[in-house]
Design a protein around this ligand. Structure first.
Ligand SMILES: [Fe+2]
Ligand SMILES: [Fe+2]
Length: 191
C-alpha cells in the first residue's frame, strides 16, 4: 500500500499513546515542515508552472493541518514548543542527490514516502487510539496525506520518465523501510 515496503505494527500506537501530548507537538512540527517542503519546491522550480501550481495547494493544506493540530493542542492545554526531532526526516533527506533532474526526482519521491508513512500512521492512530476524539481527528487527516503521496509521484514525472521514477521510488522505499525500522527512542509520529 502507498509504495511503502514495510507495515507498522499496531502495537506502536499503544507505545506512544501515553506520550500523546509530545506526539501532538511532533505532529504540529511535521505539518509545518510539510508546508515548508512544498514551499521550498515552489521556490526551486518556479519556472515550471504546471509543477508548482498543485504544490501551492499542498502548502495551503499543510498549513490548515498545522492550524488544526495547534487547535487540538490548545483544547487540551498542550503548549507548542521546540522539540528534538526524530532522525527519520534527516536520514531520508540525506538520500537526495545533488544534480538535476535527479534532485527533483528524489525530492518528490522522499516527500511522497513521508506522506505515505504519515498516512499509514494516521490510519493506525484512527483505528487504535483509546482516545476516540483524537482517533477521529486522525481519521479526517489521512485522506489528504494519501492524496499528497500520489501527487508527489505524479509531479516527479515532470522531470523524468515514469520508469525512471518507479525504479528510484523502489530504491528509496526500501531505504525508507530500513530507516523507519531503526525506530527512535522518542515518542514521535515516525518513531
Ligand atoms: Fe498534512
Ligand atoms: Fe501531506
Amino acid at each position: 500500500m502507498l509504495s511503502l515496503r514495510s507495515t507498522t505494527d499496531p502495537a506502536w500506537v499503544a507505545r506512544i499513546e501515553p506520550d500523546m501530548a509530545e506526539v501532538l507537538v511532533d505532529h504540529a512540527h511535521c505539518e509545518k515542515k510539510a508546508a515548508g517542503t512544498a514551499m521550498n519546491m515552489v521556490f526551486s522550480y518556479v519556472e515550471h508552472p504546471a509543477f508548482i501550481q498543485p504544490l501551492t495547494e499542498v502548502v495551503e493544506e499543510e498549513l490548515q493541518h498545522f492550524r488544526a493540530v495547534l487547535g487540538i493542542m490548545a483544547s487540551r492545554d498542550v503548549k507548542m514548543t521546540g522539540q528534538v526531532q526524530s532522525s527519520y526526516g534527516k536520514r531520508l533527506g540525506a538520500l537526495i542527490r545533488t544534480r538535476e533532474p535527479e534532485k527533483a526526482l528524489d525530492r518528490c519521491c522522499v516527500a511522497a514516502l513521508i506522506e505515505a508513512r504519515s498516512c499509514e500512521r494516521f490510519i493506525l492512530l484512527s483505528e487504535h487510539l483509546q482516545d476516540r476524539e483524537l482517533g477521529a481527528f486522525y481519521g479526517e487527516l489521512l485522506e489528504s496525506e494519501a492524496r499528497h503521496h500520489a501527487l508527489y509521484l505524479r509531479l516527479a514525472e515532470h522531470f523524468v520518465p515514469r520508469e525512471t521514477m518507479r525504479s528510484r521510488l523502489e530504491e528509496l522505499a526500501a531505504a525508507e523501510a530500513e530507516i523507519i525500522a531503526l525506530g527512535d527512542p522518542l515518542p514521535r509520529l515516525h518513531s
